[in-house]
Design a protein around this ligand. Structure first.
Ligand code: 7RM
Length: 648
């Protein structure tokens, strides 16, 4: 097929689950996985209904699925309360006094909330919301540091049927304003400030700026975290701790329709205004609960740490709803991984005896860059399982994670999913699936993932194409808030009858899914279509390289030439000689076609706040133009300015 994406990098390493891990796991062999997967795809409604049945429903559903493409409804007629499922359910029996959240602030404070205590705080804050006029269906914007109160505010909304919209605490006033306007939120929950790399972040001040001019906001509830001197607008702003004094801890959980909206989470479209991804209650919670249980193979005595912020979908599904619905003990850390020293994460793991660590490739590449001595200083033997999410993980980074953090003994679950999918879609089951560095392996139960060509036909082994999902699943986004037309166009018009993910991928001979990059980023060199991930992984496999981003630039002869932006490991010297070596290295690993025409050394790569490399900006730079596209989701504008300067 001439228009399919080619693949040249072959990964031969395979790691089978250890016998010990497999024996204790829920799913203990690949054969079991395959049998259950087949059954779940033949009868997805049966599988999901059985899973939904593990939650507490105040009224059972009458119909599992109504599918009027592209609109799905799950568990129709059912009524439940998401907060009740994450809290009240665990109050009978020994989980009552189990730690729900173990929190550490960046400056070093430590707090533990048991399920009983968390329940109490959530009930009280739910009453605070009610007291401030919040009703079922109202939108509440949450703009908080990563403190337990962020989760408390989310669960309090869920408890009374209000729809939360969490905005990452690193975002600007402008982003808050956009999201307020789009969601129509009337209430904002924030804090005076938070801590990041030893500095305070002025959250309340950012909210004040966002509220200049016209908005629907009539109440701002402020948690005191950083003792900052802040402006309090009489009649609009109230203190969290004062409000908590006025309420009691009784707040019975009302049952809401399964399809009642639970939250809106904005995701940056590559261009234009952010999309408000809408998730509903019963289906979302079912998927979050089920995937957490199977993919992390959660045990009663696990100490589970997901390093994501609640401002991202990973924080929603795998820091709050998934683990709490499972009654897990969750570690939550407010600050930066390298504050005060680059070993903060490893210190936390040793301190609390963390058993499961779920983090992102961007963090792993940073740890590699900072040096092996930092994890080596700490006892990491409590760990039994590792996970990654957010980007394709370069095989060398995967190997480092396995060896240096997992001590060669922990399975790694590389989990592929999106804000839109609500829950993990493709990932190994740690006791069943042999893993290979760089692949998210096989689809989760009930997920009908496939790779298709431009005509929508499924492609053969090792042929690249578009990653799609052919059947609805419970935590599927229901729409883009207020914009059905955009929902249809973005996700359901590219490939007939399928959900289009926007990602390019291939399946190997074992059926494993390899994400090759975003479809929009695919390179076209002399008629060869190459994903970005392979070329980047080839670069990262060179011992001098910490991170790489590859983009195409117009080339008269080849159509596109390959430009690689490369950051080096600590202590490496950027020379022309090294550039030549790297070009050869890629040629050797993949083939001459993928050899970068140009290599540019950079101090850092432009990334989104959640750590994804923004190739779109690099492409504009590489093409010789200035960067004109949207840069509001960029983590650090300085990075871009530096790259432009180097270019001059
Ligand atoms: C959870 C999250 C979604 C996009 C997705 C991919 C990329 C995420 C992986 C991955 C390769 C992975 N939601 N992505 N996980 N690529 N392997 N395990 O990240 O909405 O912010 O991003 O992230 O491109 O489409 S998200």
């Amino acid at each position: 097929m001439s228009n399919s994406i080619e693949s040249h990098l072959v990964e031969k390493r395979v790691f089978k689950p250890t016998r010990e891990f497999a024996k204790a796991a829920r799913i203990g062999s690949l054969a079991d996985y395959r049998r259950l997967y087949e059954a779940s795809i033949k009868q997805p409604e049966k599988f999901w209904a059985a899973q939904a049945g593990e939650l507490r429903w105040q009224q059972k559903w009458t119909k599992v699925l109504e599918w009027k493409p592209p609109f799905a409804k799950w568990f129709l007629g059912g009524k439940l309360n998401a907060a009740e499922n994450c809290l009240d359910r665990h109050l009978v029996g020994p989980r009552r006094n189990k730690a729900a959240i173990i929190w550490e602030g960046e400056p070093g404070e430590k707090r533990t909330l048991t399920y009983h205590q968390l329940h109490r705080e959530v009930c009280k804050f739910a009453n605070v919301l009610k007291r401030n006029g919040v009703k079922k269906g109202d939108r509440v914007l949450i703009y908080m540091p990563l403190i337990p109160e962020a989760a408390i505010a989310m669960l309090a909304c869920a408890r009374i049927g209000a729809v939360h919209s969490v905005v990452f605490g690193g975002f600007s006033s402008e982003s808050i304003k956009d999201r307020l306007n789009d969601s129509g939120a009337q209430v904002v929950v924030t804090a005076d400030g938070g801590y990041r790399r030893g500095q305070t972040v002025t959250l309340k001040q950012n909210v004040d700026h966002a509220l200049e001019g016209n908005t629907a906001v009539r109440r701002v509830i402020v948690f005191r975290r950083a003792n900052l001197d802040i402006h309090i607008e009489e009649g609009r702003d109230v203190w969290w701790h004062r409000e908590m004094d006025y309420v009691n801890a009784t707040c019975p959980p009302a049952g809401f329709d399964s399809e009642h909206p639970l939250f809106i989470l904005y995701t940056s479209g590559s261009t234009g205004k952010p999309k408000g991804i809408l998730h509903t209650t019963g289906g979302y919670l079912t998927s979050a609960h089920t995937t957490t249980k199977f993919i992390f193979d959660l045990r009663e005595d696990d100490v589970y740490w997901c390093t994501a912020d609640v401002g991202w979908i990973t924080g929603h599904s795998y820091l709050v709803y998934g683990p709490l619905a499972n009654g897990a003990t969750c570690v939550m850390y407010e600050g930066a991984p390298n504050w005060p020293e680059p070993d903060r994460f490893w210190e936390i793991i040793a301190n609390y005896g963390v058993t499961i660590l779920y983090t992102a490739p961007t963090a792993i590449r940073a740890f590699i860059k900072w040096g092996d001595e930092h994890p080596a200083k700490h006892d990491l033997t409590s760990l039994r399982l590792l996970g990654t999410v957010g980007e394709p993980i370069n095989p060398e980074a995967w190997m480092w994670f396995r060896d240096k953090i997992g001590g060669g003994r922990c399975p790694i679950v590389d989990t592929w999913w999106q804000t839109e999918t609500g829950a993990i879609m493709i990932a190994p089951l740690p006791g069943a699936t042999p893993t290979k560095p760089g692949t998210a392996t096989l689809p989760f139960f009930g997920i009908d993932a496939a790779i298709v060509d431009d005509q929508g036909r499924e492609v053969g082994p090792n042929e690249g194409g578009k990653l799609v999902v052919r059947k609805p699943w419970p935590s599927m986004l229901r729409t883009i808030f207020g914009d059905k037309a955009r929902y249809k166009k973005t996700y359901w018009s590219e490939v007939k009858g399928c959900y289009f993910t926007g990602d390019g991928a291939r399946r190997d001979k074992d059926g494993y899914f390899w994400i090759v990059g975003r479809i929009d980023d695919v390179l076209n060199v002399a008629g060869h279509r190459l994903g970005t991930a392979e070329v980047e992984s080839a670069l990262v496999s060179h011992p001098s390289v910490a991170e790489a981003a590859v983009v195409g630039r117009p080339d008269e002869i080849k159509g596109q030439g390959v430009v690689a932006f490369v950051t080096l490991r600590e202590g490496e010297i950027p020379t022309n000689d090294l550039k030549e070596k790297l070009r050869k290295h890629v040629g050797h690993a993949i083939g001459p076609i993928a050899k970068p025409d140009e290599i540019r050394f950079a101090d850092a790569l432009p990334k989104t706040r959640s750590g994804k490399i923004m190739r779109r900006l690099l492409k504009e730079l590489a093409g010789g133009g200035s960067v004109t596209g949207d840069t509001t989701t960029l983590e650090d504008l300085g990075v871009l300015a530096k790259l432009v300067k180097r270019d001059e």
